[in-house]
Design a protein around this ligand. Structure first.
Ligand code: FES
Length: 112
């Protein structure tokens, strides 16, 4: 099991859970406007601790394309492991949008 700390909540999820789903299913206020395809960047988080050292290639490509590599991570392309202490940067409640986006699939999509 992985331990996730976010917005004052601490909870556990199975290893390998997509971080965006762990946060969403814990009732936390996170967006995922593209449905977890590394396109929208609304699922962005920063880490207080436990940041993965490696990037999914699609996450790295997206962050590089917008000049954000090193500034934040895409929770839809991170799998939970160990203890991760994260900050949600773009809460749905502050977005003014009608919904946070389609639910991401349980697995990171294969190459598209
Ligand atoms: S980039 Fe769109 S949900 Fe992660």
């Amino acid at each position: 099991m992985a331990t996730i700390i976010a917005n004052g909540k601490t909870f556990q999820v199975p290893d390998g859970t997509r971080l965006v789903l762990a946060l969403k299913d814990a009732g936390l206020d996170i967006m995922h406007r593209c449905g977890g395809h590394a396109r929208c960047t609304t699922c962005r988080v920063t880490f207080n601790s436990g940041e993965p050292e490696t990037y999914h290639p699609r996450e790295k490509e997206k962050l590089e394309s917008i000049g954000a590599l090193g500034q934040f991570r895409l929770s839809c392309h991170i799998l939970c492991e160990g203890t991760m202490d994260v900050n949600i940067l773009q809460p749905f409640s502050a977005s003014g949008l009608s919904d946070p986006g389609p639910r991401p699939s349980d697995e990171i999509p294969a190459d598209e």
